[in-house]
Write a protein that binds this ligand. Structure first.
Ligand SMILES: Nc1ncnc2c1ncn2[C@@H]1O[C@H](COP(=O)(O)OP(=O)(O)O)[C@@H](O)[C@H]1O
Ligand SMILES: Cc1ncc(COP(=O)(O)O)c(N)n1
Length: 477
């Protein structure tokens, strides 16, 4: 039988928490999801902006529309914003008596914003006595236990045991908020504790984890699993969802988890590069605005500044070529090895030839900006894996191809920077950039979460060095 699970909760228009997370979790664990909305929340991965609570009579209408028609196997209770809403839900629960009720006593969002009003806390405490499982996080447990937030797992177990005794129900104690390297959870009753160990994923994509876990527990219990067995399954699923959250590229704050990661092993992990490219939009907007780029485009750039830039760029390219050669040395296939070797060669010939035609072979010293960028690339090449090296190399391809494509409309045969503009608008350069992106996407797909975090850091750092490189000619540093 497919369990019919009803979430009674608030909304999250970005789809990561509240009823949206609940419906995804219920579906991911094999249930049929339904939802009654308690509150409309204008929120995203960065925080809560506003909460609108429809009249309580309408909450009753929604609840009855479901229970008049559908046999409900489990209910998950999420954000219950105020005491009158809790009274309506409580009354409906007494009348319909669903076989399984899980209460996630949502009080504060991961962003730190309050999600219930103060008077609702007492009503939640009362509701705890009427459900089968309560899933508080550490701060919520402290409120319900009338204590200060636990700072150790043992202290949290004591508080959870007290809550289980006083409410006469089972508590799912969650270790997410404790400052430890692991991330245990436990099923706690007045008579004992079953701890399920878990590893902590080093990520900020944890928006909606509490919502997701509680609805997963409701679904698994409705499928016949005991609370400890349900927790073992839910936790294995959730840790994977947390690990895959970053590849969704949703939002700039605490991103959501990937509820359906178990459905996707067959799909290519395309899109990693698009995600990090979008994360650097602000840096590239500053590149577009800088005096150097504007002058290059309309031809008004001072020739001396351009020559200074080219001298630095020639020095940069000599080092860039060495790092491209390192990517070639580490490439997993002959095709990729040949691609990077060709790029290393191109950096030394085509582009430095262009420079020689402007620079008359004069010798120059690298500026601090040039050194900072090449030091970064050499550092990645020295210690990083292939995936990290290609991610750090990519901004130089992509930014120039993007600029070349957009600036070509200003080019003409008599443009003072015609050669420069033509080089980067060359379709062959665009093609090489697309290959570099495809290689980096594939490398990201094979990388683990920590390596992807390093790839992202290296990509972002290279992009900031690109911006500095365009700012440097104006400062001559
Ligand atoms: N970084 C993380 N790595 C692995 N599991 C985590 C991480 N953060 C939270 N969890 C798990 O997510 C679930 C929700 O935990 P928690 O953050 O404590 O609650 P809430 O989301 O309600 O604040 C728990 O199972 C917890 O162990
Ligand atoms: C509508 C709603 N309900 C709950 C949460 C808590 O989210 P989390 O699971 O991250 O604590 C939220 N942000 N929004």
């Amino acid at each position: 039988m497919i369990p019919r699970v009803l979430s009674i909760a608030g909304t999250d228009p970005t789809g990561g928490a509240g009823i949206h997370a609940d419906l995804k979790s219920i579906g991911a664990l094999g249930g049929y999801g339904m939802a009654v909305v308690t509150a409309l929340v204008a929120q995203n991965t960065q925080g809560v902006r506003a909460v609108h609570v429809p009249p309580v009579e309408f909450l009753t209408e929604q609840l009855e529309a479901v229970s008049d028609d559908v046999r409900i196997d489990a209910v998950k209770l999420g954000m219950l914003h105020s005491a009158p809403l809790i009274a309506v839900v409580s009354d409906w629960l007494s009348r319909t008596r669903p076989p399984i009720i899980v209460l996630d006593p949502v009080m504060v969002a991961t962003s730190g914003d309050a999600l219930i009003d103060r008077r609702a806390t007492d009503a939640i405490r009362d509701l705890c006595t009427r459900v089968d499982l309560i899933t508080p996080n550490i701060p919520e447990l402290a409120v319900l236990a009338g204590a200060t937030p636990a700072t150790t797992w043992d202290e949290a177990v004591v508080q959870a045991t007290g809550l289980a005794s006083s409410s006469g129900t089972t508590v799912l104690l969650k270790g997410g908020h404790l400052p430890s390297d692991d991330c245990p959870d436990a099923i706690v009753t007045a008579s004992g504790t079953t701890t399920i160990v878990g590893r902590r994923v080093p990520t900020s994509t944890t928006h909606g984890t509490g919502c997701s876990l509680s609805s997963a527990m409701a679904t698994l219990a409705a499928s016949g699993l005991s609370w400890p067995d349900a927790l073992v399954r839910a936790k294995a699923w959730l840790v994977g969802a947390i690990e895959h959250g970053e590849s969704l590229h949703v939002g700039h704050g605490n991103g959501p988890v990937d509820h359906f990661h178990e459905l996707r092993p067959h799909l290519p992990g395309a899109g990693w590069c698009d995600g990090v490219w979008a994360l650097t939009n602000d840096v590239r907007a500053r590149v577009d605005e800088c005096e150097f780029i504007r002058g290059l485009q309309d031809g008004s750039l001072d020739q001396a500044r351009f020559r200074w830039y080219l001298a630095q760029d020639a020095l940069y390219l000599a080092d860039y070529s060495r790092v491209l050669a390192r990517a070639s040395a580490l490439a997993p296939t002959i095709t990729e090895q040949a691609f990077w070797a060709q790029c290393a060669q191109n950096a030394l010939t085509t582009e430095t030839q262009l420079h020689r035609s402007y620079l008359d072979g004069a010798v120059h010293e690298p500026g601090v900006t040039t050194l900072a960028y090449t030091n970064h690339l050499h550092a990645v090449a020295g210690t990083g894996a292939y995936a990290e090296i290609v991610a750090a190399l990519l901004p130089c391809f992509w930014l120039y191809a993007d600029l070349g494509r957009r600036m070509v409309s200003s080019d003409h045969a008599a443009h003072p920077y015609h050669d420069w503009l033509r080089t980067y608008a060359d379709p062959a350069f665009d093609e090489a950039t697309r290959t570099a992106i495809a290689i980096t996407d594939r490398a990201a797909q094979d990388a683990g979460i920590e390596q992807r975090a390093r790839m992202r850091a290296g990509f972002e750092r290279s992009m900031r060095h690109e911006l500095d490189f365009f700012l440097a000619p104006t400062r001559r540093s």
